[in-house]
Design a protein around this ligand. Structure first.
Ligand code: AMP
Length: 326
């Protein structure tokens, strides 16, 4: 099944001279690495084709991987193949013109709640979208070309989306495909330094934020990074969003959540869980994602309380009916 889809996708790539690649909004290492890695593979393999990366937002945190292309006029799309990576639903595509192409391909590893595209290759058990792109490269490696930069992009997505190869979506195949990329010559020290280094204000924010974490009756840990906190520590959107990781390792807190004030008055939710799933909660609040890592959007502080009540009840029920969690 997946081999057939991969063959159809390669066939489409061969048919088009112009290919535009897009990803989801609020980019992370996986969608940046995947789009840039795919562009590198296609540019090296088909130097005669025009391959572009077009998106409407940007990641400061991942700027070390380099930039993307500028947006085009509508007419430019009419003979293009558009490939959207790592984006479950069309409303999260970081390119409003995604639908102006002649054909549309979706490649993704999120739960497929809102399918789209003329061809859709979705494998939600994959640890990252980049794992799928490396698998695609590996399937046709006698035809497709890659270099150390392309491998670095794809390895970045594999490393970041799998929590440094820690999540239970990581399989032997994940590590074999990561090994394939490592063999292309990745400077892992440079990569990890770029992923890990923090500014002083980020560290000060972390120290303060740790003291702001609260835990509900049954163990849901949460932090609310409101506008005031963001201003006080001069935080970028990404700095503020990183706070979800601060609440990750509290014993008994099998669900942890960060609420972050958006500039438009809505509240971004980042939900994480271990042993039990949390995507149902995200889906109840205009969101989705993976079983144990998902997002949502709230319209008022009142909805924070409602979401927490829901998460707390779910955790209570889980703890009452399961053993061996911590
Ligand atoms: P985040 O907390 O933003 O890192 O999201 C965790 C995962 O869920 C990522 O793979 C996101 O792409 C996905 N996700 C986040 N927000 C949403 C949303 N509103 N709808 C669907 N998927 C989402």
């Amino acid at each position: 099944m997946s081999l057939e889809l991969k063959k159809r996708i390669l066939q489409k790539i061969k048919e088009y001279n112009k290919i535009i690649i897009s990803r989801h909004v609020r980019p992370d290492g996986d969608c940046i690495g995947g789009t840039k890695g795919l562009k590198e593979i296609l540019t090296l393999t088909y130097p005669e084709k025009e391959i572009y990366l077009v998106n409407e937002d940007y990641s400061e945190y991942l700027a070390f991987l380099g930039g993307e292309d500028a947006q085009f006029e509508d007419e430019f799309y009419s003979d293009a193949l558009v490939i959207v990576l790592d984006t479950a639903s069309t409303d999260r595509i970081s390119n409003k013109k995604y639908n102006l192409g002649k054909e549309l391909i979706k490649i993704d590893h999120h739960i497929d709640i809102k399918p789209y595209g003329d061809i859709s290759w979705v494998e939600d058990w994959r640890s990252s979208l980049c794992e799928m792109i490396v698998d695609f490269y590996d399937t046709f490696s006698d035809e497709l070309k890659i270099n150390s930069m392309g491998a670095t992009y794809l390895y970045t997505g594999m490393v970041t989306d799998s929590g440094r190869f820690r999540h239970n979506t990581v399989t032997g195949t994940t590590l074999r495909l990561a090994g394939l990329m490592l063999d292309k010559g990745i400077n892992t020290e440079w990569l990890h330094a770029n992923l890990k280094m923090e500014e002083y204000n980020q560290l000060q924010f972390k120290a303060y934020a740790l003291g702001q974490i609260k835990v509900t009756e049954n163990g849901v840990a949460y932090i609310y990074v409101d506008k005031e906190m963001q201003e006080k520590f001069n935080l970028s959107r990404e700095d503020a969003s990183a706070s979800v990781a601060f609440a990750e390792n509290i014993k008994g807190s099998l669900i942890w959540v960060a609420f972050i004030d958006n500039a438009d008055g809505t509240i971004r939710v980042r939900l994480r869980s271990r042993f039990l799933t949390c995507n149902d909660i995200g889906e109840n609040w205009r969101g989705g994602g993976h079983e144990c890592a998902c997002g949502a959007t709230l319209h008022s502080a009142d909805e924070i309380d409602k979401l927490l009540l829901e998460a707390d009840a779910k955790l209570k029920e889980y703890k009452a009916t399961h053993e061996g969690w911590l």
